[in-house]
Design a protein around this ligand. Structure first.
Ligand code: HEM
Length: 403
């Protein structure tokens, strides 16, 4: 069984990778799925038309799921992420222009202004005092960016963020999962009603609501789940990328020195973090729509669920034979699949890279002497099979004695 607390997810993935191209694992709720941890097999299966994300059409096991399945909110989400083939291409084409490089670039001034405001607050922390940079910078920055894009009013933001955080914990029991899923549904319906009553110049009003109205079979649940996809994908991931970049640099001061000396640049640091600590570990689920032979005696049968470990690809020794577990922004090949591969490749990759770069450069430029508050105590990882990142990262923005 995969550890639902994800206490050592990279070590777990390495052990699975060594066992074969696909290994049957037990997920929370007793669901069996083929875990894929090798870079080449992830590429092959994410671009193979015999593999679908559409649980309604291609998962016979759907009818046997237990009540309160902790992965349900993501795996059974009725959004474009869980569609297949032509239906997926149509839905994706509608929203893709909003995430194109030029459109994302136009968000830069607002992202920078938000980062400046948050870093100003960090600069005002008295010398020697510590603060959790995840809560003080990564989270409010990414939440502000995605909520501005979707037109989420200020009063609803904190509640939505907490409900989405809660749903990603994969170590909870069925009763707790039902409570958390209900809470998320309530928050999302509240948001949808608000947007229907108060349309604005935003992605929800311009695109999501009209697109759903145009689709004959579209239901309120599909609209709610599309909001969840955008909010969840846009915020839970970038929060972890920003926090992990900071964690990597502060736990590897020699790399921070190389960065200041110009030996490596911010792109090297961010891409190496994506390779080494990809923010998305497993994303449930995919389904074989035909029998698939993977070699080494492994046969995935039609209808079997497949779960891809995106963050494991970057540490595959087959493509990174030289110290794959070491954070080293100077390595020339930083290949990773942190944003996925194939038709479902992350729509928000430009946005995630931009907001991360703005967050970390603004912080390091303004507070060059910042340090970890507890260098001897690495923070625990988030208890989730899905997202990968530290639960908190306590820093001292201005050490009493800089240096
Ligand atoms: C560091 C930040 C991010 C990471 C690591 C990340 C990772 C991923 C991955 C691995 C997938 C592929 C899922 C699959 O094939 O099963 C994906 C899809 C997606 N991402 Fe991101 N993401 C990030 C940021 C964002 C942002 C900021 C948005 C903006 C809303 C976003 C929106 C999406 C959407 C809508 C999809 C579904 C695309 C589809 O199914 O066609 N992501 N992301």
């Amino acid at each position: 069984m995969l550890d639902p607390n994800a206490r050592a997810s990279h070590a777990e993935a390495a052990a699975l990778r060594a066992r074969g191209p696909a290994v049957l694992v037990e997920l929370p709720g007793g669901v069996l799925a083929w875990s894929i941890t090798r870079h080449d097999i992830i590429q092959a299966l994410t671009s193979d038309p015999r593999v679908s994300r559409d649980f309604r059409r291609h998962w016979p096991g759907l009818t046997e799921l237990p009540d309160g399945w902790p992965l349900a909110s993501v795996a059974l989400q009725q959004s474009l992420a869980n569609t297949y083939g032509a239906e997926h291409r149509r839905s994706r084409a509608r929203v893709a222009p909003s995430f194109a490089p030029r459109r994302v670039e136009s968000m830069r001034p607002r992202i920078q202004a938000t980062a400046d405001r948050l870093v100003d607050a960090l600069a005002a922390v008295p010398p020697g005092e510590s603060v959790d940079v995840r809560q003080a910078l990564s989270l409010p920055l990414t939440m502000t960016v995605i909520c501005d894009l979707l037109g989420v009013p200020d009063v609803l933001r904190a509640g939505l963020g907490a409900a989405i955080d809660a749903i990603l914990d994969t170590a909870i029991d069925a009763a707790e999962a039902i409570v958390r899923q209900g809470e998320l549904q309530e928050r999302l319906v509240e948001l949808l009603k608000y947007k229907q009553d108060h349309p604005g110049a935003d992605l929800t009003s311009d695109l999501l609501i009209p697109a759903a109205a145009a689709e004959e079979e579209s239901s309120e649940q599909q609209l709610v789940d599309s909001l969840f996809l955008m909010l969840g994908a846009g915020y839970e991931t970038s929060v972890n990328l920003i926090t992990s970049v900071l964690s990597e640099l502060l736990t590897h001061p020699e790399q921070a020195t190389r960065l200041r000396a110009g030996v490596v640049d911010w792109t090297d640091v961010i891409e190496e973090t994506l390779r080494h600590e990809g923010p998305v570990m497993y994303l449930p689920l995919r389904y074989a729509i035909d029998d698939i032979e993977l070699g080494e005696g492994v046969l995935i049968r039609r209808g079997d669920p497949i779960i891809i470990a995106f963050a494991a690809a970057g540490r595959d020794p087959a493509i990174h034979p030289d110290a794959p577990d070491t954070f080293d922004p100077t390595r020339t090949d930083k290949a990773h699949l942190a944003f996925g591969y194939g038709p479902h490749f992350c729509l928000g990759a430009h946005l995630a890279r931009l907001e991360t770069r703005i967050a970390v450069t603004t912080l390091f430029d303004r507070l060059p002497h910042l340090a970890l508050a507890h260098p001897e105590q690495p923070p625990p990882p988030i208890p989730s099979l899905m997202v990968n990142g530290p639960t908190h990262l306590d820093i001292i923005p201005t050490p009493a004695t800089p240096g």
